[in-house]
Design a protein around this ligand. Structure first.
Ligand SMILES: [Zn+2]
Ligand SMILES: [Zn+2]
Length: 224
């Protein structure tokens, strides 16, 4: 739903929906994008969160109010690294104040944190720790109908990224910009990673500016 980096002027922040029910990061304005794509916001079972940077979590506060007030038919599970509950609860409390605990209950928010592997909403997964400068981050390998989807969020192009995408059918990884970065993957590095894994279909996102060959296609800007 968004393929932009943190301060891209051309693209929304990152968020991906898989099979209408799995959310990978939550930076983009979730509700208008889901409506436009025909995705039911109440049908999302689980969020797999890679790290706590704002461009990956700030779609959540409005989205969770939808889950609290419009559609609270099922729990909303948030999977993340150790500390995700404390971190996000601080964000939601900042956003909604003393009303948040009631909203949380209505939205049926649950957390599952700090696991190397597990199963969420029937999807087996493994986590892979990634290098993202000083920021703790993790990618996911999701096992879906016998296939593997690797999702990186933000990462440098280190051996950990190769480990994450190794043998995956599809990999969604970042390609932030044309120059080398201490915390991100450059376009050149992204192409090199793809070349090292020819059996994997790569979708590049988190693009700061311009286009990179093979990158995911942007959505049109939503009229709001
Ligand atoms: Zn980011
Ligand atoms: Zn980041």
């Amino acid at each position: 739903m968004g393929s932009g980096a943190a301060f891209s002027t051309e693209r929304y922040n990152g968020a991906v929906v898989v099979d209408d029910r799995l959310l990978l990061d939550a930076g983009a304005p979730l509700l208008p994008h889901m409506r436009r794509l025909g995705i039911d916001p109440g049908a999302i079972d689980v969020l797999f969160l890679t790290h706590f940077h704002g461009d990956h979590i700030l779609g959540l506060p409005p989205y969770l109010l939808y889950r609290a007030f419009v559609d609270h038919g099922r729990p909303f599970l948030i999977v993340g690294q150790a500390g995700v509950e404390e971190h996000l609860e601080g964000l939601f409390r900042l956003c909604w104040g003393d009303e948040w605990p009631g909203f949380r209950k209505q939205a049926r928010v649950e957390y599952d944190e700090g696991r190397d592997q597990g199963e969420a909403a029937g999807v087996p997964y493994q986590t892979v720790g990634l290098k993202h400068g000083p920021t703790p981050a993790q990618g996911y390998r999701l096992h879906l109908d016998g296939r593997i989807l690797a999702y990186a969020g933000d990462t440098q192009a280190t051996a950990e990224l190769d480990h994450l995408v190794d043998g995956a059918d599809v990999a969604i990884t970042e390609a932030t910009g044309p120059s080398d970065s201490a915390v991100h993957t450059s376009w050149e590095q992204a192409h090199a990673v793809a070349a090292r894994h020819p059996g994997t279909r790569f979708l590049f996102n988190h693009v700061f500016v311009g286009d990179t060959e093979g990158a995911v296609q942007d959505l049109e800007v939503v009229e709001v």
